[in-house]
Design a protein around this ligand. Structure first.
Ligand SMILES: Nc1nc2c(c(=O)[nH]1)N[C@H]1C(S)=C(S)[C@@H](COP(=O)(O)OP(=O)(O)OC[C@H]3O[C@@H](n4cnc5c(=O)[nH]c(N)nc54)[C@H](O)[C@@H]3O)O[C@H]1N2
Ligand SMILES: Nc1nc2c(c(=O)[nH]1)N[C@H]1C(S)=C(S)[C@@H](COP(=O)(O)OP(=O)(O)OC[C@H]3O[C@@H](n4cnc5c(=O)[nH]c(N)nc54)[C@H](O)[C@@H]3O)O[C@H]1N2
Ligand code: SF4
Ligand SMILES: [Mo]
Length: 710
């Protein structure tokens, strides 16, 4: 029996763990008290991650679908050889654009996988690379491109006086606003030293319960709410005048554009008191340090890009970026996240470049190609039609909008290859499912939390932290599983393709090791991987130059407070308020998404420890709405949108605002993907459909269908 340190990969938070090894298997997992970043934190998912490795649901070898829809295990050689031949045939007949790749949430955790699948896509020449980022919060990178990125990064939570969370619940989601590394403890310590927390959320979430001010708004009203906060800041002169004058352009236009959004005009429609909007604006502007971050809720509601743009504007108007001479919390250990210079970086394109999609006028974006349009790219005949799809670590049938269309698209493909440890809802439609070696069976580095800084302002390690974990266990005996990278390396070999990373060719005779790939991936890191490996509990690697440098005297770039597309959209929203065109239909509730503590998206729902905590996907609604609709706790309800209808079990939840129903995504059979309309009302820049604040009819189900739901 031995105790070893580990990096959790059940979610993006990459907690530092301690695992007990017995006879080559992990038998117990706890948080690592000696880890300087996580300080002993772990959650129920991480503590059961080993059970996923040994799960009876796990696929231990590649599967090939028979004509009757059942699967047969085949050797990796046979599966990859056939996949290579079929791909080659499709490429030959239809060209490179006919082969698309979708990298889901679990495709990003292993850099070696990213390297080889990108190399393979480069080699076949296909631009059709999609990811979950564009069905998540694409407004973040897009708005950042429109607004500009600050070279020294945002002010740090650790020395913040105020934190504003717009539709995020980091105490459960570990995502943004409050650093995702033991966030409850971090929030507790920050509040003890006086931090003020403001939460805007239709639900009194675990995080909102700790807030000094909670605006329990209606969903989909964040643009008017944030515009009203800016209106208060401008009219009361609460902005950081020096920063605005020196570093920004367009402040006067923005002030004019938000002028119509007085708290009084916004209050009724947003469902909050005008005084609370004013109080939130003043509390946020008083700072003096802190920042505002948004989560998925408002990002998925209408005007999601504009919403994120206003979050950036709020920060900028209040000067919430690290100034010259101040400490940059973390410029990166494995990656360089920020230049460390207190300046607006050179602008980059937000949209309108790269591969043009054939549907809805969408293009590549700063967040990537719009995944919401991929089903139509598969279904729309003609030149460039997608015929083959590779899905890595994702579950389109439960995550893409318009589930019925997604199903049709998956079924119509000439070739669907899914890399997944289980026969997921999507994998059941695949021609080949390749079972991966994953988690503790591979080495890992904490690179992800350095790389996602454009997502939410406070995402990423707030100190220069890094950890490495070697391979801890082998896959179960008798299995034939391949690491993600190896799959694409072998496909490259079968197809006779030379593969390369950053111009450097891979040796196609002798396969590399995962460790060698990791070395290559972080070759330009500030701290050599060899040094990081010396610290099994992870460590802080202080930056020898931690202070933000001043910008050169002739630096031309500024943060943009009045991007034309955003100002035009604000005017349209203002006009809507004026005409009350957005008035709510009282017969409908507004559906919002949520994250459940004992679940991560659609992953490993069968693990006994998680199932015990949450056996099905409840639809949470306010008792007053339930009474009005004649729904009792535990009753089966139908939730119907313009796009589809699902059944779920009602939970009466006083923490959910009246007029709202709150339900997680990624579940079967109650999958909210069935309720999303991908063709109407989508965000025009990102292509993201309306996935929050979705108007739905909720009613008690007539027949007795509880079976299958719980
Ligand atoms: N335990 C767990 N953690 C997870 C996940 C999981 O499934 N389980 N999923 C991971 C993923 S993929 C992501 S992207 C992150 C997401 O992380 P978060 O964005 O923090 O996710 P949620 O917890 O769903 O919080 C979104 C909040 O927005 C609110 N909301 C909904 N609509 C609106 C709106 O229009 N306006 C406002 N102001 N609020 C609104 C909801 O009530 C909810 O509380 O979490 C990650 N972490
Ligand atoms: N209606 C609606 N739709 C949504 C959302 C919403 O709130 N509402 N949220 C959106 C968001 S934020 C996101 S991020 C997306 C998520 O969309 P996806 O990333 O497409 O879906 P996941 O459920 O995360 O799928 C993860 C898959 O990876 C597999 N997996 C787990 N571990 C590994 C591994 O180590 N290797 C490999 N290869 N596979 C692994 C799991 O078995 C699972 O099948 O969904 C989006 N869709
Ligand atoms: S929050 Fe839980 S699932 Fe996520 S990395 Fe930490 S222990 Fe793992
Ligand atoms: Mo996500």
């Amino acid at each position: 029996m031995a105790e070893v340190t580990a990096i959790c990969r059940f979610c993006h938070a990459t907690c530092g763990l301690v695992a007990t090894l017995e006879d080559g298997r992990i038998t117990r997992i706890i948080g690592d008290l000696d880890n300087p970043m996580y300080r002993g934190y772990s959650c129920v998912k991480g503590r059961n991650y080993h059970a996923f490795h040994d799960s009876p649901q796990r696929l231990l070898r590649p599967q090939r679908r028979r004509t009757d829809g059942s699967f047969e295990p085949v050797s990796a050689d046979l599966a990859l050889g056939e996949v290579a031949a079929r791909t080659q045939d499709i490429l030959h007949r239809h060209g490179p654009r006919s082969v698309a790749m979708y990298g889901g949430t679990f495709s990003h955790f292993c850099p070696a996988g990213v390297m080889l699948r990108e190399a393979w896509m480069d080699a076949i020449g296909s631009p059709m690379r999609f990811s979950n980022a564009t069905i998540d919060q694409p407004g973040k990178p897009i708005s950042m491109a429109l607004h500009g990125k600050w070279g020294a990064g945002p002010q740090d939570f650790t020395d913040s006086d105020v934190c504003l969370l717009v539709g995020a619940n980091p105490l459960v989601s570990m995502w943004g606003g409050i650093p995702s590394f033991n966030p409850a403890q971090r929030l507790h310590e920050a509040r003890k030293r006086g931090l003020k927390l403001i939460v805007i959320d239709p639900r009194r979430t675990e995080t909102a319960r700790k807030a000094d001010l909670h605006l329990q708004c209606l969903p989909g009203q964040d643009v008017p709410l944030l515009a009203a906060m800016l209106q208060v800041i401008f009219t009361e002169g609460l902005q950081d005048r020096d920063f605005v004058a020196e570093e920004t352009a367009g402040a006067a236009e923005l002030a004019a554009a938000v002028a119509p959004f007085t708290p009084e005009r916004v209050a009724a429609q947003a469902g909050v008191a005008a005084e609370d909007i004013r109080a939130a604006a003043r509390l946020f502007a008083r700072g003096p340090r802190g920042n505002a971050t948004s989560g998925t809720g408002p990002s998925m509601a209408p005007h999601g890009v504009l919403m994120d743009y206003l979050v950036l504007a709020l920060n900028t108007v209040c000067g919430r970026w690290v100034k010259a001479g101040e400490r940059v919390p973390n410029r990166g250990v494995l990656f360089r996240q920020f230049s460390g210079v207190a300046r607006a970086e050179k602008p980059r394109a937000a949209t309108g470049f790269g591969e043009a999609l054939r549907v809805r006028g969408l293009t590549d974006t700063a967040a990537g190609l719009p995944t919401a349009a991929l089903a139509d790219e598969i279904l729309t005949p003609g030149d460039g039609q997608v015929k083959a799809l590779f899905v890595i670590g994702g579950n389109p049938l439960l995550s893409w909008p318009n589930q019925a269309k997604t199903r049709r698209a998956l079924e119509s493909l000439e070739l669907l290859v899914v890399v997944d440890p289980v026969l997921s809802a999507t994998a059941r439609h695949a021609h080949y499912v390749i079972a991966p070696r994953f988690g503790f069976e591979s080495p890992a580095i904490t690179f992800g939390n350095e790389g996602i800084t454009v997502y939410g302002l406070s995402i990423g390690f707030p100190e220069p932290y890094a950890q490495y974990q070697p391979t801890l266990i082998e896959p179960p005996a008798g299995s034939e599983v391949l690491e993600d990278w190896r799959i694409f390396y072998e496909l490259g070999r079968y197809m006779g393709l030379p593969l390369a990373f950053r111009g450097q060719p891979f040796d196609m005779q002798t396969p590399p090791t995962t460790d060698a790939l990791l070395e290559q991936f972080v070759a330009r890191s500030r701290v050599p991987l060899a040094e990081i490996k010396q610290h099994p509990h992870g460590a802080l690697f202080p930056d020898p130059k931690p202070l933000a440098e001043p910008k050169p005297a002739d630096w031309p770039h500024r943060l943009q407070l009045a991007a034309p597309a955003m100002i035009a959209e604000l005017a349209a929203v203002a006009a809507d308020i004026a005409t009350a065109a957005t008035a709510r239909d009282p017969s409908r509730l507004l559906l919002v998404s949520r994250r459940e503590h004992a679940r991560y998206n659609s992953v490993a729902h069968d693990l006994p420890a998680l199932k015990k905590r949450l056996a099905y996907n409840p639809a949470h609604l306010n008792p007053a709405d339930a009474a009005r609709l004649g729904i009792i706790d535990g009753a089966v309800v139908e939730i119907e949108s313009g796009a589809g209808c699902i059944r779920a079990i009602a939970h009466l939840a006083p923490d959910v605002r009246e007029g709202v129903v709150s339900i997680a995504h990624g579940f079967e059979p109650a999958s909210t993907a069935a309720l999303v309309d991908d063709e109407h009302g989508y965000e025009p820049l990102s292509g993201l459909p309306r996935m929050s604040a979705v108007p739905v009819v909720v009613r008690a189900a007539t027949a007795e269908p509880a079976r299958g739901l719980a």
